[in-house]
Design a protein around this ligand. Structure first.
Ligand SMILES: Cc1cc2nc3c(=O)[nH]c(=O)nc-3n(C[C@H](O)[C@H](O)[C@H](O)COP(=O)(O)O)c2cc1C
Length: 229
């Protein structure tokens, strides 16, 4: 399916046209639009109505300072303890193969061979720029949260992603930021006891960027669902 930049007229359409966009246009998102998306996303449900999320929404000068710092630290090869592990290790089938294929497909589109480590690092550093998006979001949460609250935050992410499509915008959810607590704490006003859970880029997709041609596969429903009559 080609990249759709038109506003999605229905939830189904928003779901079908949402992809992770990894190249954004240098075009600002009016603050009224980003605010309205986030206001509506606040209607997301959470177990016990805990609403266990805290949002840090960056644009303009702060975003520039934040992404410059993150990019410099990434390219310098800095490492820090991530807030959490990205995947179980070792990963098992079929998840391992899905993950592998996504990486292979993406680097093929980018024309970056597996062995070209500097080029891969430069590409990874695009994460640190929120892929050029004009709005960068960091979601933090209390360190005492349990697993169900992390599911709640996933629901919030999906709400934002679908509402963005309704406005003709695209997103990239980014676990990447779990690696860069230092940058988040250096730039943002994060309350003590909170940690960085996830980030998201929000903006207008670049239709010319080949990486936005990436379409990830899905297992057929019959592989993951059992129906009981
Ligand atoms: C919670 C979450 C974190 C993610 N983190 C990253 C990330 O840090 N960098 C990235 O390029 N993609 C990230 N992704 C995008 C996934 O790779 C993508 O959603 C998946 O491959 C399915 O592709 P699609 O979103 O285009 O449908 C993340 C997705 C989710 C849901």
């Amino acid at each position: 399916m080609p990249l759709t930049t038109d506003p999605a007229p229905s939830v189904s359409d928003a779901l079908r046209t949402r992809i992770t966009v990894r190249a954004f246009l240098d075009k600002p998102v009016p603050e009224a639009i980003s605010k309205s998306i986030l206001e509506t996303a606040m209607r997301s449900p959470s177990g016990g109505n805990l609403q266990p999320w805290n949002l840090h929404v960056m644009q303009g000068e702060t975003l520039e300072r934040f992404t410059s710092l993150a990019t410099a630290r990434t390219l310098r090869g800095d490492r820090e303890d991530p807030t959490y592990r990205a995947y179980p290790s070792p990963l098992w089938e079929p998840h391992r193969s899905w993950r592998y294929k996504l990486g292979e497909d993406m680097y093929a589109l980018l024309g970056i061979p597996r062995e070209d480590k500097p080029a891969r690092l430069r590409w990874l550093a695009e994460n640190a720029r929120f892929f050029g998006a004009p709005v960068g979001l960091i979601i933090t949460g209390d360190k005492r949260l349990e697993m169900p609250q992390h599911m709640d935050i996933g629901i919030l992410l999906q709400s934002i992603m679908l509402l963005a499509r309704e406005r003709g915008l695209h997103t990239a959810p980014q676990g990447w930021w779990r690696n860069w607590s230092s940058v988040c704490h250096d730039v943002l006003d994060i309350e003590p006891g909170q940690h960085v859970l996830v980030g998201m880029a929000l903006g207008y997709a670049d239709p010319e960027a080949s990486v936005n041609d990436l379409r990830s596969d899905r297992a057929p429903l019959s592989d993951v669902a059992k129906f009981y009559g």
